[in-house]
Design a protein around this ligand. Structure first.
Ligand code: SAM
Length: 244
C-alpha cells in the first residue's frame, strides 16, 4: 500500500484531507480513486490506513479505518554528523541512511570540506529525499535534518555515545567499542562523525577527543566518505539487535 507523510493538521477526527501537489500524484500518477486505501503518517510514530472517499482535481478526502504503531522505527537512536560532500554524495547518504534507520542528520563544515554550504533549494531537495526514503522504507518518523554547523559546534552538541571513525585509529575497532556499549547502554543513543573526502584534520581530531568524541577504526580498508556513515550506522544497528 502506498505511504505518505502528511502535515499533522491534515488528519482530524478520523478524517484526512489532502490538497496541493500530492493530489496530482494520487490521481494521475498512482491512479487512485474512491474506495482505494493508502497509509498516511503524521510523523508521530503512528500510521493510519485510510480509505479514500472523494478524489477530485483539488482535493482528496478519506476516513481512517485503522490506526497502528509503525513497526520500523529503531529503538537505537543514531544522529549522523556527516561532513559536507561533493556532488550528489550527501544526497546518497541521506537516502541510504534514512532507509537503514538513522534518526537525524547534521551536515558538518570541516576544515577539509571541498563542498560549499547548501542553499535553500538544496536543503529542500534534501528534505524531499528524506521523506521519499522514509516512505519507501516504512519508517514511522522522519529523520530530522539540521542546518549545517561547524565541526566544533557539532562536537559540543553531540549526545549519547559519540564515535568518530578515523582511518588513522588502530587501537580501538568499531566492533569492540560497540560490544562494550551494548553491555552498558539502556537507551542506546549514538552520535557518529564522518569526515569529508580528505578526512579530518589533526586539529579536528584534537577538538573531538577533548569533547569526549571517541575515534574508532572501521578496519584496514579506507571507505569513501559517503560509504563510511552508512557502514557505521549499519553495524551499530546490527550490534543493538535492530536487524532481526
Ligand atoms: N583521506 C583519507 C585517506 O586517504 O586516508 C580518507 C578519508 S575517508 C575517504 C572519509 C571519512 O570516512 C574519514 O574521515 C572517516 O570518517 C571515514 N573512514 C573511511 N575509512 C575508514 C576506516 N577504515 N576507519 C575509520 N574511518 C574511516
Amino acid at each position: 500500500m502506498h505511504r505518505f507523510f502528511l502535515p499533522e493538521d491534515w488528519l482530524a477526527d478520523g478524517t484526512v484531507t489532502i490538497t496541493g501537489r500530492l493530489v496530482h500524484r494520487l490521481r494521475h500518477v498512482l491512479r487512485l480513486g474512491a474506495g482505494d486505501n493508502i497509509i498516511v503518517l503524521d510523523n508521530s510514530g503512528w500510521e493510519y490506513e485510510v480509505e479514500l472517499q472523494k478524489v477530485d482535481s483539488s482535493k482528496v478526502a478519506g476516513r481512517v479505518i485503522r490506526k497502528s504503531l509503525a513497526v520500523a522505527e529503531p529503538r537505537t537512536k543514531i544522529t549522523l554528523y556527516q561532513a559536507l560532500l561533493k556532488g550528489n554524495n550527501f544526497e546518497f547518504v541521506l537516502q541510504k541512511c534514512t532507509e537503514i534507520g538513522v534518526a537525524g542528520f547534521v551536515p558538518v563544515i570541516c576544515e577539509r570540506c571541498v563542498a560549499g554550504e547548501p542553499d535553500g533549494r538544496r536543503l529542500s531537495r534534501w528534505r524531499s529525499i528524506i521523506v521519499e526514503a522514509a516512505e519507501q522504507s516504512r519508517r514511522g518518523k522522519l529523520p530530522t535534518l539540521h542546518k549545517p554547523i561547524s565541526f566544533t559546534e557539532a562536537c559540543r552538541s553531540a549526545s549519547g555515545v559519540s564515535l568518530l571513525p578515523w582511518e588513522v585509529e588502530k587501537a580501538q575497532g568499531i566492533s569492540d567499542v560497540l560490544r562494550v556499549h551494548h553491555q552498558t547502554e539502556k537507551i542506546p543513543q549514538f552520535s557518529i562523525f564522518i569526515g569529508p573526502e580528505g578526512g579530518f584534520s589533526p586539529h579536528e581530531i584534537g577538538v573531538a577527543q577533548s569533547s569526549g568524541v571517541e575515534p574508532v577504526s572501521l578496519g584496514p580498508r579506507i571507505l569513501r566518505a559517503e560509504t563510511a556513515g552508512l557502514v557505521t550506522a549499519a553495524v551499530t544497528l546490527y550490534e543493538f539487535g535492530e536487524m532481526r
